[in-house]
Design a protein around this ligand. Sequence first.
Ligand code: ZN
Length: 532
Amino acid sequence: MASPTSVYLCYDARMALHRPPPGFADDDDAVVVAHGDPSIPEAAIPPCFERASRIVSLHDKMLSLERRLLARKEYCNSAYDRFHRQRFVPIAPTPCLRGTIELAHSSDHYDNMLRSRFLSDQGLRDMCVDNDLYFCKDTFDAASLSVGGVVNCVDAVLTNEETGFGPTRAIALVRPPGHHATRDAAMGFCYFNNIAVAAKHAIHEGRAERVFVLDWDIHHGNGIQDITYDDPNIFYMSIHRAAFGTSAASQRDWFYPGTGHPEEVGSGFAAGTNLNIAWETRGMGNVEYAAAFQEAVLPVVSAFRPDLILIACGLDAARGDLLGDCGLSPDMFYIMTRSVLEAGGIHTPFVVALEGGYDLETMSTCMEATALALLDEPFTEHPYAATAMRSDSAQHKEQFDLLRYWDREAFEAAKKKKRKTKRALASIRKSLRALTNTVKGRCLLEGRRWITPHPVRNLITPTSSVAPIVPLCHRPVQPRQDYAFSTILEGSSMDDDDDSEPELWSVYGYSSACQRPLSNASYPFKKRKLIV
Ligand code: ZN
């Protein structure tokens, strides 16, 4: 029997020490409104959304998942199987070095953070500038471990990919999260930008040339965008809620942090390496995310050919989250992880780092689904699969019947029925249209290959002197996966002579009932023209 896939699991209980300073949680002003959203009833808000139990409960869940997998019959053949086939390989975070953090943050920001270690309780309370940001004596150490954990995961998976031994996938259960932290400031529960530092580090060390960052947290990762906006070696893509209109309805749907406009596509040499898909209303679910993945995420990740994939894994778009107000079911997290993994290449180093997610039960269910996808396990191993198959509830079954969302006809039917799905498609098109206005973006969406004229691999150079990636636009080449990129561009000449069915979807091997393989016939949108 081939060895089962194992995955790094990064966790350290010291990250749980970050907590509000004494007196902070008793202050009414400090607990009333989270992320500025007045629609959330006060009673539903725990003292602090971003709290230690988030990673503790996720870690417990991962350990119980591993125990469950190892208790299966095939592992019980021998003592060796039972005790030596770890599915999660522990990896310890170490405090991140100042020099590494300063690849993404200013020295002033680092100094400010460091200062918090030495303040009195009153000084710490004074530092709590708003409800989303609190400091205690352990905040700096926890933030430093959090970013160090993601950096260690990146180093480990890149090394293993080069040597051919050990896991090339990792889950970083870290807090505080990082995607809101900008170059100069902490904000929105975030102090150091874990993902941005790790991406910059991989490039700075010459170990990656193209880093693809996918942020499916329901909030826009304004910090990652801020730090990577002019870096052509990092493609940042975010799917988030944001309403930019001036109407009263739009104002009602305003969502933290209010950034992530679809027109923002990167600057300078990096124009075309930033993509924001902004949902203008609440309540987006599996159908809308399936559309975003098929129209934008998967074509781009496949054409970009990343040598490192980082997922800013917020779990707050899940149904049941306290802040997100969206409707993803756990099986959708499985499919999203699996599809990015396949589109980017299953051997591509892949790190999932925790960002948001505020309902403990919802979070752990969704993270379990993500972990199963990374472990190359079928979704039937998930407790939700068994419950959904046994359930009499039509809604439960419908949620689980993900094939619906990958099926073109079902999708078209859903689109007609639901106004929000139409709006979601409009948002996706708007973002793609902005991307195609750039040379790099257009090349990507047409499935043309990018090359790095001066490879940075194995060169120790500062990021600023790394040669920008320049696309070769005159000669289309076959992308890594047989994905019909051109279908998303109206009038593309690549469409006609490509009759091969894409194989991307058959790799799931599990249909809605997780019993029969997905057939190519169920591949949606093959012939549909998305007008961009
Ligand atoms: Zn979030």
